[in-house]
Design a protein around this ligand. Structure first.
Ligand SMILES: C[S@@+](CC[C@H](N)C(=O)[O-])C[C@H]1O[C@@H](n2cnc3c(N)ncnc32)[C@H](O)[C@@H]1O
Length: 246
């Protein structure tokens, strides 16, 4: 059985990433500085959406996966925030809402799902078109540093999974792509092990490649940070966070 696309199994996505908090302060701070409404590209199951809405801004959340939108809606309803968020079933490459926002964000590597230069350019141009004068676009990507290719590694520290998680990655340095597979093995009451597997395809970026792409899309000024604390880029940075201004 081939693994499901990660975003078709939104429950698995949340098992893996719900506890990730590193980026929330960064995006929340931007919403506080710029005000709303905020346009979020690749809003997924609403992890960042909730944090944004809690600052008091309205959010337009663009997400093409029905499974992710459904979990996002449930999460916002549970947090009594549903009225602050409008979900849009759309693709960031072709987005044309006909309005602008003081803040547009594409959190948690969302741009890494754009696997061709045309797709990247189209999405960044669309992001630029939705930023109001005086506004900003913020995004982040992980620094491409990978473990041994094709080797399955056990992830003992992933909390709350009630099972054994292992991860396998294959990097193609020519195509500049990475395929990641997560497998969760759980022992059922009958003593049998059941495996749930998801796969994710990404194209990774180099720092200046994305800065150049942002400029080419019409952003006049780009700032790059070595993490969500807005510190400088250092050689041991794990994430690059970008702020781009018209
Ligand atoms: C890594 S997840 C981030 C989800 C959420 N922002 C978070 O922080 O947990 C990336 C999301 O981007 C969405 N996505 C992928 N391609 C997209 C596209 N072309 N347009 C809009 N969203 C896309 C995926 O469905 C997925 O939900």
């Amino acid at each position: 059985m081939s693994p499901a696309d990660l975003y078709a199994d939104a429950e698995f996505y949340d098992l893996l990433h719900d506890g990730y908090r590193d980026d929330l302060g960064f995006y929340r701070g931007l919403a506080e500085d710029h005000g709303g409404p905020v346009l979020e590209l690749g809003a997924g199951s609403g992890r960042v959406t909730v944090a944004l809405a809690r600052t008091g801004v309205d959010v337009v959340a663009v997400e093409p996966s029905a499974a992710m939108r459904a979990r996002g809606t449930a999460r916002l309803t549970a947090g009594d925030l549903a009225a602050s968020v409008a979900w849009v079933d759309a693709d960031m490459r072709t987005l044309a809402l006909g309005r602008t926002f003081p803040l547009v964000v594409a959190p948690f590597h969302a741009l890494m799902h754009l696997t061709t230069l045309d797709d990247q350019d189209a999405a960044l141009r669309a992001a630029r078109a939705h930023v109001a004068a005086g506004g900003a676009f913020a995004t982040d990507v992980y620094v491409p540093r990978f473990a041994a290719d094709g080797v399955v590694r056990v992830e003992p520290d992933w909390a709350g999974l009630e099972g054994d998680l292992s991860t396998w990655q294959h990097v193609d340095p020519v195509a500049q792509t990475v395929v990641t597979e997560h497998r969760l093995d759980r022992v059922g009451a009958d003593g049998l092990v059941r495996r749930r597997a998801v796969r994710l395809h990404q194209r990774y970026y180099q720092r200046f490649e994305l800065e150049r792409a942002l400029r080419a899309a019409g952003f006049g000024r780009v700032r790059t940070f070595g993490g969500f604390d807005r510190g400088p880029v250092t050689r041991d940075a794990r994430t690059w966070a970008f702020l781009a201004f018209p």
